[in-house]
Design a protein around this ligand. Structure first.
Ligand SMILES: Cc1cc2nc3c(=O)[nH]c(=O)nc-3n(C[C@H](O)[C@H](O)[C@H](O)COP(=O)(O)OP(=O)(O)OC[C@H]3O[C@@H](n4cnc5c(N)ncnc54)[C@H](O)[C@@H]3O)c2cc1C
Length: 809
């Protein structure tokens, strides 16, 4: 698209001749796997402007969070305890939407009920009584200890979750910074050891440690850092999605579809192609290859390294989380007294856990169970008068070599008998439908290594920087999300891993600039996309340059929204959303936020930004410019608007100079049009006014040799018009303070030079690669312009100011 957002120095339009183009297809992203981590990553990448396709081997999305219906019952396969719902809200917020408009979250009472072999039970959270009262009632004297434990959990939450939960951990410096606090707060101890210090009652000790099982950790071996989960629950509560977690997956997929994320089901990636240390794409099981410059793998992290990248396991021995046996069943009656989440503990809990985590080859005789009864919160998931459940038993993963086909029937009976005895009397007579999964299903369906339920275990030496990194070294452009990577398993963990990847992608555009320290993302976008214009940018004051870069980055994103959308309608919707966000100053819109912040600080009027977007929306339809006035109107919308914003940004408040800023924007845009005539035509866009051409030309025929003469004549006319605007703009330079004046003048000269080169090349330029100004010439122009600026006079060829040419607009 010929759009110029480029009035500021260092800001050629996307695809300008001196662009250091990123690797081809860099903004084409593939996400391997539609688990919650993958879906969240796809949405975050989309919001960053990537063209995203999700490849999922199963026939439905959600991964472990998928759902199924059977005989009138709806079953969630996996996660049912929803904590930190703000992480879902954020995903909708990326696109200016609200979670509440699509999904209803229902509070759960109690959060969990823990039942003990001696028939006592403890209601953990969500009961209306404070947790301290609940603890004190269960075990007199433990209330004060609970208060201390809660304080420690909050401190660990602040370090482990707030400060580092969504922070990239691939650098050892990050680990070094985080470690002292973790050690000080007892992170080297196990969670059970921490809890035991504060609570005397063994039952309570179990109640306050078993949350680690939800992320695949042995409570006696998992680091005390994970006490943060207790605070996470306190902070945001425990929720259930009306319709089940599957309804959340459906809502997220609909959000993705609305915003142009493509999904392919039934496609298994068998290899990630890396060449010269950079990802190139993936090979599917059917042998076909898909190219992409950015790949986010939501597949199991160890599997990605070993199978998809073909890397040797090395010396490190990973410890895997336990396996899961899950039995889904529907009954023709209901058990209304049973809580939504019930944990049924067996007698020898510690031995059971040791056997499970040490890969005992025999299934437990006295298992501990988690029973899910969603009907307690949302009866719609089962037919009237019925109840749907799942019961989950932690079991050894496939490293134990248990022969599941042989032992499963007996194990199922053992579990049902235990449920009957402890929670659901008469159960077996009332089961009308059932289905079970074993670790083999996890290995087969999700390609989970050893059929582990939660990928690698969250031990201290497999957490944060010791876990699989979110950015894969030696494969630039490859990122990991999901349970096996930082921060870890569980819904909040995998959603946060997508945030980490978003941050890494943004940071990759903000790589350190050697000599000048770290630049902002916008500054890097600006620097990466224009070597010659960066020259001009260096003349600006650092703060001005930073904010000019923000403006440039915004213009580029407007272009990307228009150019990278799957179709014109999607582009239109995205542009209008952005427009609305600017109009109402909505700081949650990702592309609007930096612009709004900059505009507020620099008192930049944003009406021109709205006009710019309107022009881009019009530009989505086939373009035919009738006459010179229409051309100038377009050039004003596409670039004169940027001139106006730049004028405000530079702090010039004299209204008399504004028209010259518009003229410079128009001049640059006309140069762009001249340079890109053939390229634009190939996209169905023709900006040369019809009245300038001897015959009626359609965009498709512009490149035909027989039209070269008239097209070049029109281009010359265009450049002459540009020249008049450059001269006028030069007259307006006196409104600018000296430093910005020099920078803007250099930018203008560099752009003008493109026009000169086109004129010198003659008609032949139409068949040549894009016109570009050589490095030597750029430096020479910089010097020459600076000399004339220092001399205080006007650049050669400048005229006395006259009425702004754009006024025809
Ligand atoms: C029974 C159970 C109950 C749970 N309960 C809770 C809970 O209550 N609360 C909570 O917070 N967490 C819970 N969890 C944990 C949580 O569900 C998971 O940690 C989380 O959903 C995993 O998400 P993920 O992003 O890692 O992706 P996964 O769900 O693992 O999805 C990965 C996807 O990638 C696909 N894939 C893999 N390899 C390929 C390939 N080569 N090509 C294409 N596609 C591929 C898979 O098919 C899969 O769809 C539970 C887990 C289970 C199993």
């Amino acid at each position: 698209m010929t759009h110029l957002g480029d009035l500021m120095p260092g800001a050629p339009k996307p695809g300008a001749p001196d662009i250091d183009e990123p690797a081809p297809g860099r903004r084409d992203a593939l996400v391997i796997g539609a688990g919650l981590g993958g879906i969240a990553a796809a949405l975050r990448l989309r919001a960053l402007g990537y063209r995203v396709t999700i490849l999922e081997r199963c026939e439905q999305p959600g991964g472990r969070a998928r759902a199924f219906t059977q005989d009138g019952f709806t079953f969630d396969c996996g996660p049912t305890v929803i904590t930190a719902p703000y992480l879902f809200e954020e995903l909708f917020g990326l696109f200016g939407e609200r979670l509440d408009d699509h999904v209803e979250l229902l509070p759960v009472h109690p959060w969990y009920r823990i039942t003990f072999p001696d028939r006592r039970h403890f209601d953990y959270g969500g009961t209306g009584r404070s947790m301290e009262e609940e603890v004190e009632a269960f075990s007199p004297g433990d209330g004060a200890g609970y208060r201390r434990l809660a304080r420690r959990a909050r401190q660990l939450f602040e370090i482990g979750y707030e400060r580092h939960g969504a922070a990239p951990f691939h650098r050892w410096q990050t680990m070094l910074r985080a470690f002292p606090a973790i050690i000080r707060l007892g992170g080297l101890r196990s969670l059970h050891a921490l809890v035991r210090r504060h609570l005397k009652d063994p039952g309570l000790q179990r109640a306050f440690t078993l949350q680690t099982l939800l992320i695949g950790g042995h409570p006696y071996r998992t680091s005390a850092i994970y006490a943060l989960i207790q605070h996470l629950e306190q902070r945001w509560g425990v929720w259930f999605v009306r319709g089940g977690t599957g309804a959340m997956v459906t809502a997220l997929m609909a959000l993705a579809a609305r915003h142009g994320v493509a999904v392919r089901f039934g496609d298994t990636v068998s290899r990630i192609v890396v060449e010269h240390g950079t990802v190139r794409g993936v090979v599917l099981e059917n042998g076909s290859m898909l190219a992409a410059g950015t790949i986010v793998a939501n597949a199991d992290a160890p599997y990605v390294h070993r199978q998809l990248l073909g890397r040797k396991p090395g010396l490190r021995r990973w410890r895997y989380s336990m396996g899961l046996y899950v039995l889904y069943f529907g009954t023709d009656r209901s058990w209304p007294a049973t809580a939504h989440h019930t944990i049924i503990l067996g007698d020898d809990y510690k031995t059971l856990l040791d056997e499970i985590f040490d890969g005992c080859p025999v299934l437990p005789q006295d298992p501990s169970l988690y029973l899910h009864r969603p009907g307690a919160t949302d009866p719609s998931l089962a037919p009237p008068g019925c109840d749907g459940f799942y019961v989950l038993a932690p079991v050894p993963n496939l490293q134990s070599r248990i022969d599941w086909e042989r032992v499963e029937p007996a194990f199922r009976e053992r579990i049902l008998a235990m449920l009957e005895a402890r929670e659901l009397p008469g159960l077996r007579r009332h089961i009308v439908t059932q289905r079970s999964v074993t670790p083999h299903d996890f290995a087969r369906d999700y390609l989970s290594t050893h059929g582990a339920g939660f990928s690698v275990a969250p031990t201290l030496l497999q957490s944060a920087g010791f876990r699989f990194h979110n950015r894969v070294s030696g494969a630039e452009g490859l990122y990991l999300v999901g349970a096996g990577t930082h921060p870890g398993a569980g819904v909040p963990g995998v959603l946060s891993s997508a945030k980490v990847v978003q941050e890494l992608l943004q940071a990759s555009q903000t790589k350190s600039d050697p000599g000048r320290g770290k630049a902002s993302s916008a500054l890097n976008t600006l620097a990466r996309h224009g070597r010659s214009f960066r020259l001009a940018g260096t003349l600006l004051h650092r703060v001005d340059l930073q904010d000019a870069a923000t403006l440039y980055s915004f213009c580029r994103q407007v272009d990307d929204l228009a150019d990278l959308a799957v179709d014109a309608e999607t582009a239109r919707i995205e542009l209008l959303r952005l427009r609305a966000a600017i109009a109402v100053a909505d700081p949650t819109h990702p592309q609007a936020a930096p612009l709004l912040d900059m505009a507020a600080r620099r008192r930049v009027d944003l009406d021109p930004a709205l006009a710019l977007i309107d022009t881009m929306v019009l530009d989505l339809a086939p373009i035919a410019v009738e006459d010179e006035a229409a051309l100038l109107r377009y050039a004003y919308g596409a670039a004169g608007t940027v001139g106006l914003m730049m004028y405000d940004l530079l702090g010039v408040r004299d209204p008399s100079g504004r028209s010259y800023a518009i003229d410079l924007g128009i001049a640059m845009q006309l140069t762009n049009i001249a340079r890109d005539v053939i390229e634009d035509a190939s996209r169905g866009r023709l900006y040369l006014p019809a009245t300038w051409l001897p015959v009626h030309l359609r965009a498709e025929s512009v490149a035909l040799p027989e039209h070269a003469g008239p097209v070049f004549d029109a281009v010359c006319r265009l450049l002459a018009l540009a020249d008049r605007h450059y001269r006028n703009a030069e007259s307006g330079m006196r409104y600018l303070p000296p430093r910005p004046r020099a920078a803007i003048r250099v930018a203008a000269r560099l752009y003008e030079e493109i026009g000169r080169m086109i004129m010198n090349s003659g008609v032949g330029y139409l068949n040549q690669p894009r016109t570009r100004v050589s490095t030597g010439r750029r430096i020479w122009l910089l010097g020459a312009t600076l000399c004339s600026t220092r001399a205080g006079g006007m650049a050669p060829g400048a005229m006395e100011p006259h009425a702004a040419l754009h006024e025809v607009v």
